[in-house]
Design a protein around this ligand. Structure first.
Ligand code: ZN
Length: 418
């Protein structure tokens, strides 16, 4: 193995230095790769909301644990958001409307109701963005969303999501909707690559003082930086690039399509578990550690002020119920320390702060499909897409991809009032 370049050793030393100096308030202001928020963009939202509605959305969806209020000061006229817990560094002040009828119009509009008069094209005039989860292709193994069991075909989440989204796009286009793709195919949308993100990886590691405990030698430092750079590439830079694509197109609704999984261990000797579960996410339930970042506070406010929460709850409840009815797996139940909060009357709908649902403007429905490594879904998944029915383990099934796509379509038609 050739020796590591000297610059890499230096980076490791820089990391040590950064980590030792980290842990101050300044280090925690922006999450990795986040641009500095332009708070004046929120000025267009002055007097667009009452104190009552603002408080209800914070307490009910965005910060059910109340951590948001540690950074905010509210009275009947206004709320001021602070960068710090001491509330000494104000970021933005929002003035409330005195009543519902006095609310100023919101600067960012999106359609929540279809107005097509053509019954064969009920979604005419509606623009829907599709975000097939993960990159896949050459990057699937790096992303850790890939496994292969014996001689079976490999299971790659990006591929499953892409197949599902293609089927969903066909259906929605037939319904008259315009489709915008956050990503199509198996290439990254971001121009950044792991190799170009080492400095950012070091900065990201320095934001987490717990990483100091894991440092034992130079090789360990190098591995940690490599892993962090990879994570920043496929999890952060990629989603930020997709958000840029989507937000330029100003969709009325964005749908993120994923397949869930339990820990499968070694990707070459994966563990299959018994049963699949379904979950669907609205953006919300921001964690205390996330609210320390100014960009997260900004994103939360923009989501809230665009009134995404009630639309996402409606959309996730409708799509989530259709998925439960069609795919017939039970709803996920998060217990213990997992940071997701159940919302709506549909058992599979949870609030959680995911990067995609936070960064895409307007309402987002974030679907997690069946577990790729659950026995009750795996054999349907590796059967691939097909027309009609097929007998799998003695039972007749339609293609799991078609079931997924058709259930999302049904929920979307109901969401737009059709
Ligand atoms: Zn996924």
């Amino acid at each position: 193995m050739p020796p590591r370049p000297l610059s890499f050793r230096l980076l490791g030393l820089v990391l040590l230095g950064l980590v030792l100096c980290a842990g101050t308030s300044q280090a925690g202001k922006l999450s990795p790769l986040a641009p500095s928020p332009n708070w004046s963009h929120l000025d267009g939202y002055q007097r667009t909301i009452t104190r009552g509605d603002f408080t209800r959305m914070i307490n009910g969806v965005y910060s059910p644990d109340g951590d948001f209020w540690k950074y905010a000061q509210i009275d009947d006229q206004k709320v001021t958001i602070f960068s710090d817990l001491a509330k000494a560094e104000p970021l933005f002040t929002l003035h409330f409307a005195t009543s519902e009828s006095a609310c100023a119009p919101r600067p960012y509009a999106y359609k929540t109701q279809a107005t097509s008069s053509d019954p064969s094209r009920p979604l005419k005039g509606i623009r829907i963005a599709l975000d097939p989860g993960h990159i896949g292709g050459d990057w699937a193994q790096l992303e850790g969303r890939y496994f292969k069991l014996g001689d079976d075909p490999p299971v790659e989440e990006a591929h499953l999501a892409m197949v599902t989204c293609d089927l969903l796009a066909d259906r929605l286009e037939a319904d008259g909707a315009d489709i915008v793709w956050a990503k199509h195919g198996y290439e990254p949308v971001t121009d950044l690559r792991p190799d170009s993100l080492h400095r950012e990886a070091i900065a990201a590691l320095a934001l987490r003082p717990d990483t100091t405990k894991k440092i034992s030698d130079e090789m360990a430092i190098q591995r940690m930086i490599d892993n962090e750079a990879a994570l920043l590439f496929y999890r952060v830079a990629e989603i930020r690039a997709r958000a840029e694509v989507v937000n330029k197109e100003h969709p009325d609704l964005t749908i993120c399509v994923h397949y869930n999984a339990d820990d499968w261990g070694d990707p070459n000797h994966p563990t299959l578990i018994g049963n699949s579960r379904l979950v669907i996410f609205v953006n919300g339930a921001y964690e205390k550690s996330e609210l320390a970042f100014d960009d997260m506070k900004y994103d939360l406010l923009r989501k809230l002020l665009d009134r995404d929460a009630p639309q996402e709850e409606k959309g996730c409840a409708l799509v989530g119920q259709e998925m439960l009815d069609t795919l017939k797996y039970p709803a996920e139940s998060y217990v213990g320390g997992y940071f997701a909060r159940h919302v709506t009357d549909v058992p599979s709908v949870f609030a959680r702060n995911l990067m995609a649902s936070r960064l895409y403007h307007g309402p987002v429905i974030y679907c997690e499909g069946p577990y790729m490594n659950a026995r009750d879904a795996y054999y349907r998944i590796i059967a691939g897409d097909y027309l009609g029915q097929r007998v799998i383990h003695g039972q007749s099934y339609p293609s799991i991809y078609r079931d997924y796509a058709s259930s999302v379509e049904k929920g979307v038609l109901k969401y737009f009032g059709r």
